[in-house]
Design a protein around this ligand. Structure first.
Ligand code: HEM
Length: 133
């Protein structure tokens, strides 16, 4: 069974020699990895003892990076009243991108409808011009 940490527990591990980060509500001990991080130690130290989900996901880390994470796992985050809200999960961004593609679908539908209507009125106009001639 994995250990549970509160935010306060995690926040007490914020130094280079003892560095925990939270990503997607899981707690990772990144101490051994700081020096090896291809993105540099600075960025990791910046999020030490905090929720690094957004920072981690913004970079678009590879599957290999996620495998490294799995090895650093020490437990899960136990949220308490008053804790900061969870940072945006990738699931949420997938949902929003799929909903925006639905938006495009509706948009295209509207373009076809409006285009059709415009063609119809243009046709009517041409007919009336011909009638006048
Ligand atoms: C313990 C958590 C983390 C692990 C295990 C990790 C792992 C890695 C790995 C393996 C790479 C190489 C590229 C790749 O495979 O995606 C990488 C690159 C990078 N990481 Fe992280 N990372 C962590 C957290 C972070 C955080 C919190 C930031 C904050 C912004 C960050 C910023 C970067 C950047 C900017 C690069 C690109 C470096 C480059 O291509 O020059 N990483 N990371």
């Amino acid at each position: 069974m994995s250990k549970e940490f509160t935010y306060a527990d995690v926040a007490s591990h914020a130094s280079k020699k003892d560095l925990y980060v939270v990503i997607h509500d899981k707690v990772y001990d990144s101490t051994a990895f700081v020096d090896e991080h291809p993105g540099g130690e600075e960025v990791l130290l910046d999020v030490g003892g905090q929720d690094a989900t957004e920072a981690f996901e913004d970079v678009g880390h590879s599957d290999e990076a996620r495998e490294i994470l799995a090895d650093l796992l020490v437990g899960t985050l136990k949220r308490q009243a008053g804790d900061p809200k969870p940072k945006i999960a990738p699931v949420a961004s997938t949902t929003s991108s799929s909903s925006s593609s639905t938006g495009l679908g509706v948009g295209l539908y509207a373009v076809v409808l409006i285009g059709g209507a415009a063609a119809y009125f243009a046709y009517q106009y041409m007919q009336s011009q011909e009638a006048q001639a």
